[in-house]
Ligand binder design. Structure first.
Ligand SMILES: Cc1cc2nc3c(=O)[nH]c(=O)nc-3n(C[C@H](O)[C@H](O)[C@H](O)COP(=O)(O)OP(=O)(O)OC[C@H]3O[C@@H](n4cnc5c(N)ncnc54)[C@H](O)[C@@H]3O)c2cc1C
Length: 489
């Protein structure tokens, strides 16, 4: 299939009259904005950006791509951390910035229908005064879109108890790679037949473009209690995590920050975490008041038995918000410690927390790169941040190797290459570390069943020779760029 700029031009000519000037971005300065997602090391300026403002327009975009054999990449807010929304060099980027309407709020049935460009936070904000909220809460919730959340099956600090995006999406409207508009799932609690909705959640834009989402709304819990427990070492904090979960308590949130992460968060937000602690645990319980009170006592006992040196209890909602502000700012706060960082996303069995954290610390001192750890301890989802200075030659490459080694540690410990940030372009070549050839072949057959021409977000998720034959790695300026003779758009 020919993939030339000429065919992108044909897509533009066909769609310009329908989308209008606000819906077709061609100017280099406009297109440059979309060159990368949150994984800035992987960059590609898209030849064309399309911004449809309705399902019909979005379907017309996908159909035009199909007719002209042009790949398309769906894009939400671009906060993804695995290069999933990185543009294709010969394709178009389809953004959802003009699909931002809340279409229906059904409080009686506890559901809401939204367009994919609505942000995660806007969903809960829309029902705040009605005793309802949307549970999955990625730390990026102020900017990330529900379409991106669906594509990544995103999690957040409260997913330990309530589950990931897939547990809160009842139905969705999908434009298949062939341009058909389909509703999958049902707005009722259970639907009959194959769970095709479940297939789309977590498919990272490789099976089509999501244009509407029906989400489940939960009742605000009667009681919420939050504490911060200080520990001398991450291993002690890990022991407390094991004890809490072994006791049968399922906290709404159970997060850990190590010493370095505490320094960054305090520098940035000054929320009052103990800078002398080797690690802190943030524990939140919610539910009926009597149950929460009883379990809160038990959690404190677990922390003390594991060696907590201090326990601070949030006094009220404002105090709770202050604590979570520190945690949610953690990635951005790393800028206080180093100009650049690689954020890893691996999963390990909860019981391996202490061992794996110690091995990460050894790796960090051997390699000479600081690693801060801030993560969803309750479900063993690590987010080690490898700090480096990209202006120093070779540091990005070395730091990337440390990050890759950490993922290997996770797989060796019986875990996974990704928890919630997705595979994207970044980890497609690591898929064989987890899946055999036959598994990958099954994935490929499923993908081809929905996208026979291979146009929906190609070169993402599954390893391909084009992607993995030549690892993309961190951005390095071309000698011509350094000489000022060429510019990367
Ligand atoms: C500071 C920070 C903190 C974060 N914290 C968390 C966290 O706690 N938990 C977590 O899970 N993630 C977290 N993330 C990662 C990221 O925010 C999530 O993956 C989020 O869901 C991406 O949403 P987005 O709108 O930015 O999607 P994008 O980055 O634009 O796209 C992500 C993927 O989804 C696809 N996609 C986007 N929209 C659609 C659509 N409408 N239809 C089909 N495919 C689509 C894209 O092709 C791409 O593959 C964090 C990121 C940052 C920068």
């Amino acid at each position: 299939m020919s993939r030339t700029p000429g065919t992108v031009g044909a897509v533009r000519d066909e769609l310009a009259p329908l989308l209008g000037p606000d819906g077709v971005l061609e100017h280099p300065a406009q297109r440059r904005t979309y060159a990368a997602d949150g994984l800035a090391a992987l960059r590609e300026v898209p030849p064309l950006v399309l911004l449809p403002s309705s399902t019909e327009e979005a379907a017309a975009c996908v159909r035009a791509c199909r007719r002209h054999g042009v790949p398309f990449v769906p894009r939400g807010a671009g906060s993804g951390l695995s290069g999933g929304a990185m543009p294709h060099p010969d394709g178009v980027l389809i953004g959802v910035a003009r699909l931002r309407r809340i279409l229906d709020v059904d409080l009686a049935n506890g559901r809401m229908t939204v367009e994919p460009g609505v942000t995660n936070r806007e969903i809960s904000a829309a029902v705040e005064g009605h005793d309802r909220y949307y549970a999955p809460d990625p730390s990026s919730q102020i900017v990330c879109t529900i379409g991106g959340n669906v594509a990544e099956n995103s999690g957040g600090v409260h997913c330990l108890k309530y589950g990931f995006t897939t547990n809160h999406v009842l139905a969705l409207e999908l434009i298949t790679a062939e341009g058909e508009v389909e509703w999958l799932g049902a707005p009722t609690a259970d639907s009959v037949g194959y769970d095709l909705r479940g297939l789309i959640v977590g498919s990272e834009g490789t099976l089509g473009l999501v244009t509407k989402v029906v989400v489940r709304l939960l009742r605000t819990p009667e009681s919420v209690r939050t504490l911060v427990a200080d520990f001398t070492t991450p291993r002690d904090a890990g022991d407390a995590v094991t004890a809490i979960t072994a006791s049968g308590i399922v906290p709404a949130g159970l997060e850990m920050l190590d010493h370095l992460a505490i320094q960054a968060c305090e520098e940035d937000t000054g929320v009052g975490l103990n800078r002398d602690a080797g690690a802190v645990l943030l524990v939140e319980l919610d539910g009926p008041e009597a149950e929460v009170d009883r379990e809160f006592e038990a959690v404190q006992a677990c922390c003390r038995e594991a060696g907590a040196t201090a326990i601070t209890i949030a006094r009220d909602a404002a105090d709770r918000a202050r604590i979570w502000k520190g945690r949610k700012a953690a990635f951005a706060a790393m800028g206080r410690l180093a100009p650049d960082y690689f954020v890893q996303d691996g999963v390990i069995p909860r019981t391996a927390l202490g061992d794996v954290l110690e091995r990460i610390a050894d790796l960090s001192s051997e390699a000479g790169y600081r690693v801060a750890n801030v993560f969803h301890a309750g479900d063993g989802n690590l987010h080690p941040l490898v700090l480096y200075d990209g202006t120093r030659p070779g540091e990005a490459e070395e730091a990337e190797k440390v990050a890759a080694r950490i993922v290997e540690l996770c797989v060796d410990a019986g875990g996974s290459i990704t928890g919630e940030h997705g595979v994207g372009a970044d980890k497609a070549c690591s898929m064989p570390a987890m899946f055999g050839e036959e598994d990958l072949a099954v994935f490929e057959r499923v993908r081809r069943a929905l996208d026979p021409d291979g146009l929906a977000n190609p070169d993402k998720v599954l390893p391909t020779p084009r992607l993995c034959g030549e690892s993309p790695g961190p951005y390095r300026p071309h000698p011509l760029e350094e000489a000022g003779l060429a510019e990367r758009l």
